[in-house]
Design a protein. Structure first.
Length: 120
C-alpha cells in the first residue's frame, strides 16, 4: 500500500508512504470533510487522460504527484496492481485525488468517507 487515508477531527488526511513522499513531493495532504464531495472506486480511471505531470512521477504502472488537465489539478498516488479510488473535492487546489489501495481496504475506505460526509 502506497498511501494511508484516514479521517480525524473532521479532516480527510492522506499520507503518501515510503518513496511516494519523494515522488509526489507531498508529505501529507489534509482536507476539511466539508470540502469532500464523495469517494468511488473507479477501475477505468487508468484509461482516462491524465494531463501534464507537474511535478511528480509518471510510469506506465505508477503515478505519483500532480497532474494538470484543462486547468484542473488532480493528485495521483496510484499503482495499477491495486484498486483505484477517486475522491472528489471542492474549494481546494485539487479537484480530485486518485489513490490506490488493496481491494479489501479500498471498499472500506470509500464507504467510510461517504458515511462521514453524509453525517457531517
Amino acid at each position: 500500500m502506497s498511501t494511508s487515508i484516514y479521517i480525524q477531527d473532521q479532516q480527510l488526511i492522506v499520507i503518501p508512504r515510503g518513496f511516494d513522499k519523494i515522488w509526489s513531493l507531498k508529505q501529507k495532504l489534509t482536507f476539511p470533510l466539508a470540502h469532500v464531495l464523495g469517494a468511488t472506486i473507479d477501475r477505468g480511471i487508468w484509461k482516462d487522460k491524465k494531463g501534464v505531470r507537474n511535478p511528480g512521477l509518471g510510469l506506465p504502472n505508477k503515478l505519483a504527484g500532480t497532474f494538470v488537465q484543462q486547468g484542473e489539478r488532480t493528485f495521483w498516488n496510484a499503482v495499477t496492481k491495486e484498486t483505484p479510488i477517486v475522491i472528489q473535492l471542492k474549494n481546494e487546489a485539487f479537484v480530485r485525488l486518485v489513490l490506490s489501495l488493496p481491494q479489501t481496504q479500498a471498499r472500506q475506505v470509500v464507504d467510510e468517507i461517504n458515511a462521514q460526509i453524509t453525517n457531517s
